[in-house]
Structure formats: structure tokens, C-alpha cells
Design a binder for this molecule. Structure first.
Ligand SMILES: [Zn+2]
Length: 351
């Protein structure tokens, strides 16, 4: 921790003494030192505008890049210890910085990314951030707590990505019949959609409750499907229009943004509980709807849950900006894979 004490010398120049008490505390013991150390002080702003302090192994601040607008890095040097102040002057919901081809999140000046936005960030970036982060202790308790919550949120999301989903209908096993699986052909709607089945069909009696596969936030609800909507399908020219047509075929739907970042889509529902609204937080296994036949065209195959997983591309530079339309364009789980792959890997997705 010799380097840390040198660094505190830099801080003393820029902030009132009263806010500084102890040197850097390692938050996460890194097995091998990352080429960057993110020094969270919360004694910010350290300068006009928002900034975060970094120690780089080669102190080449110019090699920091970010998709966020209006960013800059400013070099400092103290006793041979090179420090960079990374600064953000514009708005950026997910401040991801790239250094030597590796991404890190650098929250600044109390603007910690919310858990929703963190769930859109690649696991590797989240792990890199934990590994590279250190807290410089100070007396600003509230901020310190929020900072700890930020790290805790990252850990919670990483843990969720490592945990299997609950089945949407616990008493109904994952289908194996080829026509009920992702990638099955749906030629009857090929003219107005991609003609491909995006999920699993669980055949079970009308009204069976369907449940949240993982905790988190309802991002879209449709409970007023009428058959007249089928008369207004787009003559599609864009992929979004084509996917909007497919969404009409889903009938009454609930879209659940899971903690791990992917979106669970429940389709053909009958009734949906009143409390299930956009923004509702649900627990794993909570009832989000009931099996129905909304928008099921073939009366031979009536009541079933159509369930699919829209896979979050987790591109750091887009983090925090995902809309319903974005999700329509996300690839479905298993897209383009063989039936053997879908059957084998599907089993590992769910408890
Ligand atoms: Zn289906």
C-alpha cells in the first residue's frame, strides 16, 4: 500500500483536510493486479465538473477511451506516482471506459448507475470494475453507503447470471416436442413475420398461473388484445416492423426484465393480475399472468403459454438505453441453434 499513501498526498492538495482520514482500502482482493486502479473517494467534485481518480500502470491517460460524450482525462503526477483524473462533463447513464482494450465502469460524483442499467452491462465489465476498484475512506457516510450498494448491486447481478431460472409453470416441464421449441417453423405467419418460433410452448389448462422466472421489473404489459389487431399488421419494411407484427401474434403479453438482464416474454395470456404494471417489481415465482389463448389462430392448439427469452446483447456502450423496441430486436434464446442444442441447453437454463 505504499503507492496509496503517495496518492493521498495528491488528494490533500485538492480537497479540504477534514474530508480525508485514511488511505486506500482494498475492496476486492485481486488475484493479479489489473492495469488500472479506480480510486473512489466520494470527496467530489475534486475539480470543477465530475471526475474519478485512476492510477494506471503506464499512466497514459490518453489511452482511456469512452463512448460517453464530453469526456477527458487529465494527468497528474506525485512522487513518481502517476495519476489520472477522468472527467465527464456531459450526461452519460453508464460511464464505461476502455483502457488497453478492457472495459470498466467509472461512476463519478455520486451519479451511481442504477441496478437496472447495471443489468445491461457485460459480466466481464462488471467483474473488471470490482477487481480494479478501491475506496479511499472518508467521512462522507451517505455516499460511502451508496458506493457500497453499487458494488453490492454488481455482485447481485453477477450472482443472478450464475443462477438458473425458475420454470414459468413449475408443474409443467420444459417442452421437448420439436414444434414447441425455439426455431420451429411457423409458415402460416411467414409473410408478415420471420416465420420462426421464438420460444417454448407449454400446453396446459386454461387459467394456469404463470410465474416470474427470476425477480425483477415488469417492462411491458398488454392485456387488451382483440382479433381486429390482426387486420392492422404492417406491410413491413424494417426489421422492427416485422417484429412488431410478431408481437401482435403474441396476444396478451407480459415482458419481465430479469435481474440478470434478459427479458422473459409470456404470451397468449388470458387475465393478468391488476398489480402487474410497467415498473412493478416482482419476486421469483410470483404470478404474472394466466394461461390463455389470446392471438392463438389454430383452435387445434388452443390453451398454452408461449414463453421466450429475449437475450440482452449487453453491449456496454448501449447500456441503460434499452427500450421495448430494442427488446423486440434482441435475439431469442437458441436462435439459429440445432434442435439437439436447444434440447440439451434448455435443460441447463432452468431449475
Ligand atoms: Zn409459441
Amino acid at each position: 500500500m505504499i503507492r496509496s499513501s503517495l496518492f493521498v498526498g495528491v488528494l490533500l492538495i485538492t480537497v479540504p483536510n477534514i474530508l480525508i482520514s485514511e488511505p486506500t482500502v482494498e475492496l476486492v482482493a485481486a488475484s493479479e493486479a489489473p492495469p488500472i486502479e479506480i480510486l473512489f473517494s466520494w470527496i467530489t467534485p475534486l475539480d470543477d465538473g465530475a471526475s474519478v481518480l485512476l492510477r494506471l500502470d503506464d499512466a497514459d491517460g490518453a489511452r482511456l477511451t469512452s463512448a460517453c460524450p464530453d469526456t477527458q482525462s487529465v494527468m497528474s503526477e506525485s512522487n513518481g506516482d502517476k495519476v489520472v483524473r477522468w472527467k465527464l462533463t456531459g450526461k452519460c447513464r453508464m460511464p464505461v471506459v476502455t483502457y488497453r482494450g478492457v472495459n470498466y465502469i467509472m461512476p463519478i460524483s455520486g451519479s451511481l448507475p442504477p441496478r437496472e442499467a447495471l443489468s445491461d452491462v457485460a459480466s466481464e465489465t462488471l467483474r473488471n470494475t470490482l477487481k480494479a476498484s478501491s475506496i479511499i475512506k472518508n467521512d462522507y457516510r451517505l455516499s460511502s453507503l451508496r458506493l457500497r450498494q453499487f458494488f453490492r448491486d454488481i455482485e447481485i447481478i453477477l450472482a443472478a447470471r450464475n443462477t438458473k431460472f425458475a420454470l414459468p409453470i413449475p408443474e409443467s416441464p420444459l417442452p421437448t416436442n420439436q414444434s414447441h421449441l425455439p426455431n420451429a417453423a411457423r409458415p402460416f405467419r411467414a409473410g408478415v413475420t420471420d416465420g420462426v418460433h421464438h420460444g417454448w410452448d407449454f400446453y396446459i389448462s386454461e387459467g394456469t398461473p404463470v410465474r416470474a422466472i427470476e425477480e425483477w421489473t415488469i417492462m411491458h404489459v398488454k392485456r387488451d388484445f382483440t382479433w381486429s389487431e390482426m387486420e392492422h399488421l404492417h406491410k413491413w419494411t424494417t426489421e422492427l416492423e416485422r417484429q412488431e407484427n410478431l408481437d401482435t401474434y403474441r396476444g396478451n403479453t407480459v415482458y419481465l426484465k430479469t435481474l440478470s438482464g434478459h427479458v422473459a416474454i409470456y404470451a397468449h395470456l388470458s387475465d393478468i393480475p391488476d398489480n402487474i404494471q410497467i415498473g412493478t417489481k416482482v419476486k421469483k415465482w410470483e404470478i404474472v399472468g394466466h394461461v390463455g389463448d389470446s392471438a392463438v389462430p389454430d383452435k387445434k392448439y388452443l390453451y398454452h403459454l408461449h414463453f421466450e427469452l429475449a437475450m440482452n446483447p449487453m453491449r456496454d456502450e448501449q447500456a441503460g438505453t434499452h427500450t421495448f423496441e430494442d427488446v423486440l430486436l434482441w435475439p431469442f434464446w437458441g436462435k439459429g441453434k440445432s434442435i439437439t442444442w436447444v434440447r440439451e441447453n434448455g435443460k441447463n437454463l432452468f431449475e
